[in-house]
Write a protein that binds this ligand. Sequence first.
Ligand code: DGJ
Length: 744
Amino acid sequence: TSMSVQSLAIFWCKDKHLRVMKKFCFIMTTLLIAATAAVAQKTIRVSTDNTDLIMQVNNNGRLYMVYLGDKLLNASDADRLDWTIDTGSDASVSKRGHEAYMCSGGEDFFEPALGLTHADGNKTTYLYYKDSQTKAVDGGNETVITLADNKYDVEVRLHYVAYTKQNVIKAWSEITNKEKGDISLWKYASAILYFSSQKYFLTNYHGDWAREAQPAVQQLTYGKKVIDTKLGTRAAMHTQPFFELGLDAPAAENSGRVMLGTIAWTGNFRCIFEVDNVGGLRVIPGINPYASDYKLKPGKTFVTPEFIFTLSNQGTGLASRNLHDWARQYQLKDGTGDRMTLLNNWESTAFDFNQESLAALMKDAKNLGVDMFLLDDGWFANKYPRNDDKAGLGDWEPNHFKLPGGVKALTEAADEAGVKFGIWIEPEMVNPKSELFEKHPDWVIMQPGREPYYYRNQLVLDLANPKVQDYVFSVVDNILKENPGVAYFKWDCNSPITNIYSPYLRQNQGNLYVDYVRGLYNVLHRIAAKYPHVPMMLCSGGGARCDYEALKYFTEFWCSDNTDPFERIYIQWSMSKFFPVKAMASHVTEWNKNTSMKFRLDVASMCKLGFDIDMASLSQTDYKLCQQAVANYDRLKPVILDGDMFKLVSPYEGNHAAVNYVTKDKKSAVVFAYDLHPRYKEPVLNLKLQGLDPTLTYNVNEINLADGQEGLSGSFTGDYLMKIGLPLFSPVDGSSRVLELTAM
Ligand code: DGJ
């Protein structure tokens, strides 16, 4: 419209041949264009208390992201933003902007969010704004923007949920095929975000079994950095689905602009970071479309996973605390509820146990003071007994030889001992040496006619198949139907998807990686619906599954099989940037048993405490120390699990580490301080605390001490503790201290 108004006016001006009229005409034209543009434009603002994500419909009807950053104080400023970006190109090149959901084939020459092949083979998509709505949801507001191609019947709905207080935004998309034939999706990001800073520093987290979540920091310069995984099930084994982005400077704990982001998807994910020709950064998170051209039938909608992020202008610490608060309130299963301490038997018995020895361990659990005994791998299968990891997976009947009384006798023994009973399962997997495999080889992901590749001697069940979903659901359902006394599950997943081929999907193999995860969610959803209050731990050969979608169904996850307290400090440090420690299970074991029991206890007490150790082998002193630590932990759970976490000293920056937790009312706090491997006669500084009330006076009491050991005690103002601090560090390798603070 604006163009036709302009040409009409110019034509009229030419006809008059009057200079003054020309000038008048020019002014009128400009005003008219401005007026039509203003009518055509629309500003959509997604806001939390501190962040604004602002989009604008331009005068061609396309949607652009025009701002992402600190909340604008004046609403009218949001309307003044210009959708165009300065590309530095010459004037003959049309303007371009940051399209809110950029598609393949458009005028932006960088990585798009969406790429699909239409039913007629065309690979371009242009999305135009149709409408948008914002409505209040629990904790904030949700904006849904509908876009549609003007040539093809493809519709996209962008969702943005902004959590006001916690300053968290989650974004995802829905792609609907309204064409007459199938369309094929080959890029389907959850969202695309644009940043404009001088410099960008990415911290991503990589690893492997027993060395999860190792940070790597790098400056992003022109081109792409991709973090992704192709493992399918044990998806986060080599790279975690979360990252930290420092804007202008590397991310720091207490200052600077930082974004924390994470993809809520329990499968292959990908996040692309691309710095473009004018120094802008695009962050494009979503499912990894690797080997996954997704066939979408007419009338069907593809829903991407949520991308969850938070921005902070006071460093990572604040961003983490916001994410923790948000997770406990809105995402994590039973996020505001209690957690059970436990004794697990994996490290002490492996597959070698029976009804009597387990009953004895339950008594140990009771003596120790924990809430539950957790039976690990090895309790099931008869034709091919599960006596090692080579057989039995898939056959979920108790092994008659080890457990003649079945699970029922175990829940009774737990009752008698006075503890709850939890049980390990790995229901998505099968050993070829199992009755399940013999009966249903077509339920297994496996290449027809090729030699199978085994990972831990097992294969993955085909959860794209609804019958297999029913079966996996029945594993939990049968245990609970037959044994209502089972109070907890540890859900393990030790293999990536190998030999990728679904007998069920036949011609649609491109859908497998995605439909697998959706099948898994179907199962988890059914479990949650039928058994809403049964807590579960998510485990994946250590910490290879740790994402926020799974955490809707799991009360906690296992961070790593590596429980060497030195190593754990680092793993917990990284993971707790993104997850509340309430969701992070941490056990006292014999890994690195050269360290003191106190050191091991203190490290595990920073998260959700458990034990996986032969209690009978402990000295009396250590046993007592454990009992005392459990009692202390029970008292301090509200501070540690529901308080604010302040990371005081990073293990990555020196030879010490420290964290303190403070309750929301600032009346109670707990401090954990560690000496890792200090240098000879290293000078040590006071540890300054954070997050306390400077006007309050706190009683400070050292805990988790052996009998007769003198600890630090006294009363100090919050101001003193934060400005001057306490002498908690020492030059002694592997020593630790825990302080309990109570406001007077
Ligand atoms: C891997 C887990 O990480 C361990 O804790 C244990 O459950 C084993 N699997 C059992 O096979």
